[in-house]
Design a protein around this ligand. Structure first.
Ligand code: PLP
Length: 424
């Protein structure tokens, strides 16, 4: 079929009638599908089933001779920190291993900065008004919710395919109220892109108005490949140190989508000075983390090769789901001039850019047909996508058959919304 823009009003009206019929039939199927969040499927969680038997009731002594069942070791076991050294791009002594949820670490780091300030700053961020974070868009809604919840102003910056638009970032950070930037540097949520070496270099070396500016480097998808390619991500901590800004980056990651989303380990890394600062704050909050879970992960994953082999099993389970979405979109939407979608090489999401002004309508149509999608606007600060364009598709959780069905439904809703918009 030719692009919609080449269709006469009569042809468009005929098309709408046909799509409406299809849509009514879809509604009649009584679907109940949920593509809202990037959760691992149960089959992915099953990959770590053996881990739950570890370390066993006789294997509770850590390498340093301490009893992993007891209080203490706020920074995490040395062997666990060593296990994640490559993934974090930091030496083990600059890593903290905490309980599950890296989002919790991001939350705490922000709250500590608000209440106490960070090294190199003039005191608590909360005493300065306003404070601002740069938010590359499309981005992760929970980052934005954190800022909104604590009164941090957000400025969107467009993504370019190799990270945020660095001309815009460099300009914005000259304002001393700009204290931070959110970055998901590898297989970004949701665009799937990986920051180029030049983007990393510019982030590390740019001149900032705030002496205590921080990069929140959320490397949530560091080892989550969907293809045989391994795009390189430059090391942010090394780049910052080389540029004379050793305290600029806080690095986060977790095993939520490596082992168990609700029972994984959260990881934090930064410069030695930031590490001392972080531990001083965190030491008021807790005497120490669950070190049995840390031993469990060490016994189960073992080393970099163990992590890579385990992630390969995830890939086998989820790559076909991404392929099913791609096929459904291509079959229905290619060449119509109504949508563009990403072909991620890793991570958990596909972005679907629909015709401007129709993303909310697509979500509403999908909802009425029994398919829950992430709300339109969720990929932008304050939930506001000025173009009402970008949708985040999360294919991992439903079964392959459900994903296929859901993607076909999304494609139909996208086309119908575009035709409706053209007919007015
Ligand atoms: N960061 C990003 C970019 C994510 O996409 C997610 C989950 O979807 C998280 C963090 C949450 O990580 P965690 O489970 O470690 O809290």
């Amino acid at each position: 079929m030719p692009p919609l823009s080449e269709l006469s009003p009569d042809a468009l009206a005929d098309l709408r009638a046909g799509l409406r019929k299809e849509y009514d039939a879809l509604k009649g199927q009584g679907l109940k599908l949920d593509m809202t969040r990037g959760k691992p499927a149960s089959a992915q969680l099953d990959l770590s089933a053996e881990m739950l038997a570890l370390p066993g009731n006789r294997d509770t002594t850590a390498e340093d001779g301490t009893d992993a069942r007891n209080y203490g070791n706020l920074q995490g076991l040395a062997e666990t920190r060593a296990l994640f050294s490559t993934l974090m791009g930091a030496p083990a002594d600059q890593i903290v291993v905490a309980n599950n949820s890296s989002l919790a670490l991001m939350h705490d780091t922000i709250v500590y900065a608000l209440l106490k300030g960070v090294p190199g700053g003039r005191g608590p961020w909360s005493k300065e008004e306003p404070i601002t974070f740069l938010c590359p868009v499309p981005g992760y809604d929970r980052h934005f919710a954190l800022c909104e919840g604590y009164g941090i102003r957000m400025i969107p910056v467009p993504m370019t395919g190799e990270g945020p638009d660095m001309d815009a970032v460099e300009k914005a950070v000259s304002d001393p109220s700009v204290k931070g930037i959110w970055c998901v540097p590898k297989y970004a949520n949701p665009s799937g892109e990986t920051y180029s070496a030049e983007t990393v270099r510019r982030l590390a070396s740019m001149k900032t108005g705030a002496p205590d500016f921080r990069i929140f480097w959320d490397n949530a998808y560091a080892v989550h490949h969907l293809t045989a390619e391994r795009p390189e991500l430059a090391n942010i901590l090394e780049a910052c140190a080389a540029a004379g800004n050793p305290n600029r980056a806080f690095v986060f990651a977790s095993t939520s989508k490596v082992t168990l989303a609700g029972a994984g380990l959260a990881l934090w890394a930064s410069s030695p000075e930031n590490l001392r600062w972080y531990l001083a704050q965190a030491g008021r909050r807790s005497i120490g983390p669950d070190k049995l879970n840390q031993l469990r992960h060490v016994r189960f994953l073992r080393d970099d090769a163990g992590i890579a082999a385990h992630m390969e099993k995830h890939r086998e389970l989820i790559a076909p789901k991404f392929a099913a979405v791609e096929e459904a979109f291509a079959a229905r939407l290619a060449g119509q001039g109504v949508a563009q979608w990403s072909a991620p090489k890793g991570g958990y999401f596909i972005t679907l850019d629909v015709q401007d002004g129709t993303a909310s309508r697509v979500v509403a149509l999908a909802k009425d047909a029994g398919l829950a999608l992430t709300p339109a606007g969720a990929t932008h600060p304050y939930g506001k996508d000025p173009n009402d364009r970008t949708l985040r598709i999360a294919p991992t959780f439903p079964s392959l058959a459900e994903v296929r069905k859901a993607a076909e439904a999304v494609a139909l809703c996208t086309l119908l919304a575009a035709v409706e918009a053209r007919l007015g």
